[in-house]
Design a protein around this ligand. Sequence first.
Ligand code: SF4
Length: 223
Amino acid sequence: MSEESQEQKRERLLRVIEILKREYPDAKCTLDFRTSHELLVAAILAAQCTDERVNQVTPGLFARYPSVEAFAKADISELEEMIKPTGFFRNKAKAIIESAQVILDHYGGKVPDTIEELTKIPGVGRKTANLIVGVAYGKPAVIVDTHVRRVAARLGFTKEKDPAKIEEDLWNLLPPEEATQFNHLIVAHGRMICKAPNPVCRACVIAEFCPEGRNRLGERLGV
Ligand code: SF4
């Protein structure tokens, strides 16, 4: 596996995607949203929090603040109270209000659709920017979250630790049309099977294409 060429790695990645698509045919973004701005707010809330908990908070939140303008003018104490269950609520409330103000002042109230513009917005890092581009706007995006970091490394698709470099490694391997869905498939697999800290390699449908799985299963079998 150490002498694997970039082309062989691409082919292996395509096999992995093909198998994961069969395994998780409904894999998609698990944050609930109706607009690009709702997705942005949900993504800010999802930092250090589960999507499930965010989805419990956002229906009430989006009813109380139904537009970018409403978030931009929100009373911070009231907003903090509403998002408290998601943790880090002070920073998140500040980011939600400031980002809405920037979107209003600099982008005419419309969430931009490029990584360059999105990453200038308060509270929006590369992960969220790619999420918006890929999921809200349907353009190719490589979303590097905690599951992608862990599973892509185990699969030998990156040796990097820095998310921007992982993103670059994956861009070099992924066909653009598969890039966004790759994240959803890996998240589904990371939650179900390739868990941190202990992956369930025995039950893994892509084990034969995974260097880490081969090592772990080989050790278990004593081969
Ligand atoms: S074989 Fe193991 S380490 Fe590799 S992807 Fe599957 S669960 Fe993860």
